[in-house]
Design a protein around this ligand. Structure first.
Ligand code: MN
Length: 262
């Protein structure tokens, strides 16, 4: 005999009657989905590539399949601690070794979409977060910090990467915000709609790329190129983000879903 009235039974019921809804936070992988562009002296991230082997034709009369290739950081993707030099000695720092419980976790949504619309270089600061908490309440531990910018609505336009002669211009956190989220709020990671967890201009910050440096140096994760963060409530959603189990993988493209109350 198994108990029928368990939490999981309730959840299954809620999913089935859509009192809990599933939101897709993932952009479609395609050869034209943009990737991060680094300064030219560095190795570059490869875009998604797909080669059809057969499609019910002479190379495979009854089957359709493709060979695909990409960087670990192409499209909607997960950053493991080993992605950054600061995280190179953290235990379980590659995707196949991260505890699987971290792949299902609650999220807090911080909405900076209005600020980012006015200023594409808008920086989230500790001061901003402390003001935010006065209005919305304290950020609970072990949450994804989902930074809503509505940037996903720019996918397919040049404004998504927003590259200029002096580099990319997109919003992100500064050092004070990341230190606050990691050390004072014990976040699981930072989840963003932009191409990276750092702001477009963060190469020139001190330290450079503070989100990558501080998150990964402290065993926290990144999620990038998400969409639909505007469909999530401020508190109460659950993000399911399980990267491919790549041996020694620094990250992985993935399908990210959120559970929300319907
Ligand atoms: Mn990445």
């Amino acid at each position: 005999m198994t108990k029928s009235n368990t939490t999981l039974t309730e959840l299954a019921k809620a999913i089935s009657n859509e009192s809990v809804k599933i939101v897709d936070l993932t952009n479609t992988l395609s050869p034209d989905f943009p990737v991060i562009i680094l300064p030219p002296e560095f190795g570059q991230c490869e875009q998604f590539k797909m080669e059809t082997l057969s499609r019910y034709d002479e190379n495979g009369p009854a089957w359709y399949w493709n060979n695909i290739s990409m960087n670990e950081h192409t499209g909607t993707h997960f950053d493991a601690p080993a992605h950054w030099v600061t995280g190179k000695n953290i235990p379980n720092n590659t995707v196949e070794t991260i505890p699987v419980k971290d792949f299902v976790a609650p999220a807090v949504v911080i909405n900076i979409s209005e600020e980012a619309k006015i200023n594409p270089d808008f920086l989230l600061t500790k001061e901003y977060l402390m003001e935010w908490e006065k209005i919305h309440g304290k950020i609970p531990p072990k949450n994804w910090i989902a930074l809503r910018t509505d940037w996903y609505k720019l996918v397919g336009t040049e404004k998504y990467l927003n590259m200029h002669e002096d580099g990319a211009h997109s919003p992100g956190p500064d050092k004070s915000a990341i230190e606050f989220l990691v050390f004072e709020r014990d976040c699981l990671g930072l989840a963003v709609e932009t191409i990276g967890t750092d702001a477009g201009q963060a190469f020139d910050f001190d330290p450079p790329l503070p989100a990558h440096s501080i998150l990964h140096g402290n065993g926290r994760y990144g999620l990038q190129c998400l969409k639909n963060l505007d469909k999530l409530p401020t508190f109460g959603s659950i993000i399911i983000a399980n990267p491919l189990k790549i041996e020694q993988g620094s990250g992985s493209p993935l399908r990210v879903l959120a559970l929300v109350n319907g």
